[in-house]
Unconditional design. Structure first.
Ligand SMILES: C[S@@+](CC[C@H](N)C(=O)[O-])C[C@H]1O[C@@H](n2cnc3c(N)ncnc32)[C@H](O)[C@@H]1O
Length: 296
């Protein structure tokens, strides 16, 4: 359950989800046919030292049925990582040098992507999450001018962003990956409006959105909880979401505000990259939308 003003580090509540997705990036990176390389993911997950690391190292083994249940989610994480990596390659090629990663969590793009010189990457997340990542990657050099902004995204983050040097006159590449469901609907609406208000012509935004209802998925949800419990992880992701299903769909919102919107789904993206996914992954893969939009 969530509360106004709640906060967390990487071992609890919403912070744990940042570790979970990093563990899936580490697992993809280790594959011989990996679709991307995130060498920082394993390091970050190991530094947390939690059950995620045990799952990753094989110390806690899961059976075939568990693997099948995880498959859809892991495939979705791979798809979204590839999609947003390609998005940033395109924004850099288009000359955008101001990047804002909302809810950066353990995203290591500031370290692992090739940023043209002069690129500033702003990372926003909860104070303890960013402090953990900075400490774990203290020996690593960011590949851009990285500016961390410790802030609650339900509060006045645009002011914190400007205070660190963000200039709305310049075009921006925004990313909100794995964030929206963790915000109350009114904070999501404010976030979309703030992105719009701070975006010069030529700015772009990338977001993943989820179109499903929890109840449909209760069996999968219970099975996932049981599997994670084997690694000592007590987490029910859906329980960390704000329970408001009437929230504004970002695709429609950006289109209505004059942005040129493009969407795809994870299955199509993975197929385009030669990754075959078994049908069992479909339920998960097809209920997420990957979206980019450009302000003309
Ligand atoms: C599922 S993780 C995704 C992290 C990262 N974008 C990625 O894909 O690897 C969700 C992230 O959202 C952050 N987050 C959620 N609500 C937030 C809030 N109100 N303020 C700041 N960060 C928030 C969490 O701390 C966490 O890092």
């Amino acid at each position: 359950m969530r509360e106004d003003g709640d906060s967390w580090d990487v071992t609890e509540s919403v912070g744990m989800t940042a570790v979970g997705v990093a563990a899936m990036r580490a697992a993809e990176t280790a594959r011989p046919d990996a679709l991307f390389q995130d060498p920082y993911a394993e390091k970050l997950v190991a530094a947390v030292g939690s059950g995620w690391a045990k799952l990753m190292s094989g110390e806690v083994t899961v059976d075939d049925a568990d693997q099948a249940r995880m498959y859809g989610m892991a495939s979705f994480m791979t798809a979204r990582t590839v999609y947003f990596d390609e998005y940033f390659a395109a924004t850099s090629a288009a000359g955008i040098r101001q990047v804002v990663i909302l809810a950066a969590g353990l995203d290591a793009r500031a370290y692992r992507l090739e940023w043209p010189s002069g690129t500033v990457v702003y990372e926003l997340d909860q104070p303890k999450v960013l402090a953990f990542k900075a400490a774990a990657l203290a020996d690593d050099e960011p590949a851009a001018d990285l500016r961390e902004i410790a802030v609650d995204l339900r509060e006045d983050w645009p002011k914190a962003l400007r205070d660190k040097g963000f200039d709305p006159v310049n075009p921006t590449a925004w990313l909100a990956e794995g964030l929206l469901r963790y915000l109350p609907a009114d904070a999501q609406d404010r976030l979309l409006a703030d992105i719009d208000a701070l975006s010069a012509p030529g700015s772009r935004v990338a977001i993943n959105t989820w179109s499903g209802v929890r109840a449909e998925n209760s069996e999968l949800r219970a099975a996932r909880e049981e599997m994670l419990a084997k690694a000592g992880l007590t987490i029910d992701v859906e329980n960390l979401w704000y329970d408001e299903d009437d929230r504004t769909p970002p695709v429609a919102w950006f289109a209505a505000h004059g942005w040129q919107v493009e969407t795809t789904d994870s299955r199509t993206l993975l197929a385009a990259h030669g990754r075959e996914v078994p049908d069992i992954a479909d339920t998960e893969l097809l209920r997420h939308t990957l979206m980019t939009a450009t302000r003309p």
